[in-house]
Design a protein around this ligand. Structure first.
Ligand code: ATP
Ligand code: MG
Length: 470
């Protein structure tokens, strides 16, 4: 646009701004009559210019506010006070169709001779309010949910300091939400032995290497110094620029659940041991005694043997040898069922004996390699190791058809390492149906806070390694 004089230039500029402003502008006189409205204003209130000119400004607001607004207007004319836009005050407006609007209004005025003009700058914030209400409502639901859930919710900043924790969390920790905020999670609420590994995964998340974790467990230590076991799932939180600025974790206190699971496992294993003892006793006192009675009867026949022919004598000797063998086998089974040898001579001797009895009954080469002091072990640990090795040898013999079975049991300074490997068929631990054998073995190891690793392939056979901390 070409502009020639400076006053013309100013006039044209004002008109241009007035006509094109995205903000609604309305001008009223001191009596509240509307004398000018820009297109944005007409658009908001849905009037034409002809319709709006001459209306009272109070027409654009709810009827019940008419009186109070009139008195405000009169005061404003007497004592004008400029009100900036976005002062946080939201007012209600009324469209021509009587529909309500939410508005933010800035006020200004101009005096020209005796005339006084009120200028209103109007923003339609109905949509913004709707969204804010929605967000407030969702926040309310979230707060309610965080209050009723049994889970602990925790948000840590990238240094591991607590940004948010819900009521459940503060109850578990034994500190108020206020006291918890700002404290370092790792230094303050994790036992020493959990800090390094937990921080390792936390740092991986902070560095963007892991987005979400699978369920994992770790202990926390509460205000009273008591440990609780929690099952966690965590995810990263990113800001509007996509940068990771916090880690959100959801934890479930499984302390009691784990105690009752452990008690069940322990009861199952104890039940098995009782049943084995009963069986061993039955074998020894029942079948064993019966066989030795038959043996005695056979012995009684011996002085008479001279009267019989060679064939009879050979059959007699054969029966006697088989009976002795059966008796020995029953004794061996009975001994393995209740490894008394374990209590009397310790784990090393018991494992050697186990190896000897199995070696004799198969063609498989059994290699036993024992290291460290296996004598002075808690009977619970030595019985578990004995049963574990027994199950793994039995699995190799029953399922693998191996040539060799190697057994290593090594006592280190703070753990016992057990490896049982065979060069048989191998199997896919993901595909086979796990029986009582492996599931009991895992229960035993879990009860001792150890770990099992099964490595098996059709080419090289199976290797099962187990660590048991001491
Ligand atoms: N050393 C092994 N070589 C090949 N397959 C094996 C071996 N050990 C285990 N398996 C496979 O894993 C399965 C599960 O073993 P698990 O000991 O749990 O049960 P099981 O031996 O079949 O029965 P049980 O409850 O009497 O022990 C076996 O049935 C077998 O298919
Ligand atoms: Mg088995």
């Amino acid at each position: 646009m070409e502009l020639s004089t400076s006053s013309q230039q100013t006039d044209s500029l004002c008109t241009l701004i007035f006509e094109n402003s995205a903000e609604a502008i309305l001008v009223a006189d001191s009596n509240g009559k509307i004398i000018q409205a820009n297109p944005s204003c007409l658009n908001i209130f849905e009037y034409t210019l002809n319709e709006i000119l001459g209306l009272e400004v109070e027409k654009l607001m709810p009827k019940n506010l008419k009186k109070i607004h009139e008195s405000h207007r009169k005061n404003f004319v007497k004592n004008p006070e400029f009100r900036k836009m976005h002062s946080g005050l939201t007012l209600i407006g009324i469209k021509k169709s009587e529909e309500k609007l939410l508005l933010e209004i800035g006020l200004s005025c101009v005096k020209s001779g005796n005339e006084f003009f009120i200028i209103c700058f109007i923003s339609d914030v109905s949509d913004r309010e709707k969204w804010q209400n929605k967000i407030r409502y969702q926040q309310k639901i979230l707060r309610k949910y965080l209050g009723v859930t049994h889970s602990l919710f925790l948000i840590l900043d990238t240094n591991g300091n607590i940004v948010m924790i819900n009521k459940v969390g503060s109850n578990i920790l034994g500190v108020s939400e206020k006291e918890a905020i700002g404290k370092n999670w790792f230094d303050r609420f994790l036992p020493l032995d959990e800090r390094e590994s937990t921080r390792f995964f936390f740092n991986k998340m902070v560095n963007g290497e892991i987005e979400d974790t699978n369920t994992h467990e770790n202990q926390i230590i509460n205000f009273e110094g008591k440990k609780r076991l929690l099952e966690w799932q965590s995810t990263v939180l990113r800001n509007e620029n996509g940068e990771i600025d916090a880690i959100l974790s959801n934890g479930l206190d499984i302390t009691e659940r784990r105690i009752s699971e452990d008690a069940k496992k322990e009861a199952l294993i104890a039940g098995q041991e009782i049943e084995r003892r009963r069986l061993a006793q039955e074998l020894h006192d029942g079948i064993g005694q019966a066989i030795s009675a038959i043996g005695l009867n056979l012995n009684a026949l011996e002085p008479e043997l001279e009267k019989f022919n060679h064939k009879f004598k050979t059959i007699y000797a054969d029966i006697k040898a088989k009976l002795d063998n059966t008796f020995e086998e029953i004794r061996a089974i009975s001994k393995n069922l209740t490894p008394k040898i374990l209590e009397d001579f310790g784990l090393a001797r018991a494992l050697e004996y186990l190896g000897e009895t199995i070696d004799k009954s198969t063609d498989v080469e059994l290699h036993l390699s024992l290291h460290g002091d296996l004598k002075n072990l808690d009977i619970k640990i030595s019985l578990s190791i004995y049963r574990i090795v027994q199950e793994l040898i039995s699995n190799a013999l029953r399922h693998a058809d191996p040539k060799n079975i190697n057994i290593y049991v090594t006592r280190g300074s703070d753990e016992i390492l057990i490896i049982v490997e065979d060069d048989g068929k191998g199997f896919d631990p993901e595909k086979v149906t796990i029986g009582l054998g492996i599931s009991n073995l895992k229960s035993r190891v879990e009860l001792l806070k150890g770990q099992v690793n099964i490595d098996s392939s059709t080419k090289s056979g199976t290797s099962v390694s187990i660590n048991i901390p001491l």
